[in-house]
Design a binder for this molecule. Structure first.
Ligand SMILES: C[S@@+](CC[C@H](N)C(=O)[O-])C[C@H]1O[C@@H](n2cnc3c(N)ncnc32)[C@H](O)[C@@H]1O
Length: 272
């Protein structure tokens, strides 16, 4: 299978337009590997043929499928453990105190991939905050990829996935063995819901959360897109809301975000 350089340029534009993700010119080989399944499922024999159908405009959702297939879905349970530790030890106790009247807490795992981040939040709440049992807890996971949203909702993980970041004690407590896989226990699943959403299309994005995890996705966006996404996220947080980014990411918007540097981790507070 091969495609001309022109094909790659077109594919890059399609991905950018539909997901905000930039594919570097030096990484054309990613199209070859990541689009294999899509070519097979749609009956195309090459990337060149795929591009010509895309150009014709008769692809019926094909652009979106290409963008989704190009996403990088790397994730794990309790990724960057120190972030979860700090949330549990310091930020959540204060947040819970200030939400005693409404007894409601809302979390958003924006770019939730296969759901490990959302389920990690749910396990942390169940394990360490029994007083929340009578509260309304909403953990929303959203991702561009329909396949990831489907996987998250199923809450079914392979051994290799549960071996990444999930302590054995939590595995046996919150998962049920299903054949070779492990499935999230219905009690935990009940706290989480998953939806397909494009962070680059602000209309239709959810609003109003106490804690937002927007981790390891902005690295794929250009500066303009990052700024737009961060403005949307800013609007979704109350003044005492909490934003976590990936450890290599920063908002670079001093008028909107106060950087809260702690010995364990860094988080961001919206400035009003
Ligand atoms: C590397 S994973 C990060 C998952 C998780 N947040 C973490 O830190 O472990 C990046 C995720 O962002 C999603 N993504 C990429 N572009 C997106 C967009 N425009 N809107 C929503 N999700 C997007 C991808 O589908 C992928 O699942």
């Amino acid at each position: 299978m091969s495609a001309s350089p022109v094909d790659y340029e077109y594919l890059r534009t399609v991905v950018l337009r539909n997901s905000g993700n930039q594919v570097d010119v030096t990484r054309n080989y990613l199209f070859e590997s990541r689009l294999q399944g899509l070519l097979r499922n749609r009956g195309f024999d090459s990337l060149t043929q795929l591009v010509s159908v895309l150009r014709s405009g008769n692809g019926h959702g094909l652009e979106r499928s290409v963008a989704e297939a190009m996403t990088i879905n790397e994730t794990s349970f309790f990724r960057d453990t120190a972030t979860f530790d700090y949330l549990r030890e310091t930020l959540l106790p204060a947040l819970i105190e200030s939400r005693r009247d409404t007894r409601t807490l809302r979390f958003w795992s924006a770019a939730s991939s296969s759901g490990q981040e959302a389920y990690s939040i749910a396990m942390m709440l169940r394990e360490h905050f029994p007083l929340l049992a009578g509260w309304r807890i909403d953990i929303l996971g959203t991702d561009l990829s329909a396949e990831m949203v489907e996987r998250s909702s199923a809450g079914r993980y392979q051994r290799i996935e549960v071996n990444r970041g999930l302590p054995a004690r939590l595995l046996v407590k919150y998962f049920v063995r299903t054949g070779d896989d492990w499935e999230v226990h219905p009690d935990l699943k009940r706290l989480c819901r998953f939806q397909q959403r494009n962070l680059c299309q602000p209309t239709g994005l959810p609003e109003s959360f106490d804690v937002i995890f927007l981790r390891n996705v902005m690295i794929y966006f250009n500066q303009d897109t990052r700024r737009q996404v961060l403005l949307t996220i800013h609007r979704a947080l109350p003044p005492d809301g909490i934003l976590f980014l990936g450890l290599s990411e920063q908002p670079r918007m001093d008028s909107h975000w106060q950087t809260m540097l702690t010995p364990k981790t860094v988080w961001y507070k919206p400035i009003r």
